[in-house]
Design a protein around this ligand. Sequence first.
Ligand code: AMP
Length: 387
Amino acid sequence: MSVGRQPVLGILGGGQLARMLALAAAPLGVQVRVVDSAADACAGQVAPLRVADWTDYTALDAFAAEVDVVTFDFENVPAATARWLAERTRVFPNPRALAVAQDRLAEKTLFRECGLQTPPFMAVDSRDDLVRALQAIGAPAILKTRRLGYDGKGQFRLRQAADADAAWAALGAQAAAHGLILEAFVPFERELSVLAVRGRDGEFRSWPLTRNWHVDGVLSLSLAPAPDIDALQPRATALARTLAERLDYVGVFALELFVMDGQLLGNEMAPRVHNSGHWTIEGAHTSQFENHVRAVLGLTLGDTGARGLSAMFNWIGELPDPAPVLRAVDAHWHDYGKQARAGRKVGHATLCAPDAAQLVVQLTGMATALGREEQAAPAAQALARLR
Ligand code: AMP
């Protein structure tokens, strides 16, 4: 692929996303270097790891000198660090796109400018703002930090206006540093995500929509292609494309969507490969990880079609017994090499099948073998309805 030396990809953040990017980069002849502040960052098990903080400019200077392109496994790398690196090497996605996706207010404002509706929202910078926002939006509602929130962290759900004191006690201290946003709580019918990729030459591709189920704000199970969404796919793809073009985005990103009354509402955009796209490793012709590496290095993008149907279990906190997955046909085990800890994503497993009838059998059988019936039940029901 390359004449001369192998391209070197630098990744800011050394978690499981960097680890899976490095594993996808190897067959392309791409070398990977990772920066993370934690010496035990799990990507360090598969690629050279430099231990440094985001403001350690001496270390970042050396890092920039040894890579051809820098990308992210973590969207909360400070925008200033991304801009600083962009003056020294190529950075994809660009720092402006990163900055928009880091701020829930800027992100939702952009969604609306691109024609994607969102739940009603208002910026909240003070206790008085919260009262005003609650009057305008009503309850139930969710107060969220504008920045640095993920997986349901930095959020407080208000059932009624009287919960304002408790919400302010929980998040008010963060208003000055990060800003807050109050959103209407949406009684959505489903949650979907669209994974898409844009190349350095502007080529755009998207994977089939994924249906997601969350528990306590954390992804629990994904099903792809999402069943019964034919009418929504073209609209979701067009919206993702508009967003990517507006941001001059390069690389993979995820757009998280709610479906309400058959309409799409934008929740958030992740400027990176995404947990709801892990099924693409075995379930699509080209995985999100491989296409991200290709995109940021300016290589030709691969086909994003699904091979059949896939269901992905997320392992949160600790891994179950791998034996049932290792034994099964077309079932794929991923252990991120992380220490078990409550709430932490430590692995996942993907089950693939040619059609819904076979996937539901595989999914329910696996759920029973793993003692994960509750986790699999909503997806099994959605699949069973298709039969
Ligand atoms: P987020 O960190 O914003 O993606 O939120 C995590 C999860 O919380 C989402 O995937 C939803 O399941 C739920 N959630 C977030 N915002 C809302 C909302 N405005 N209405 C209803 N559920 C929400």
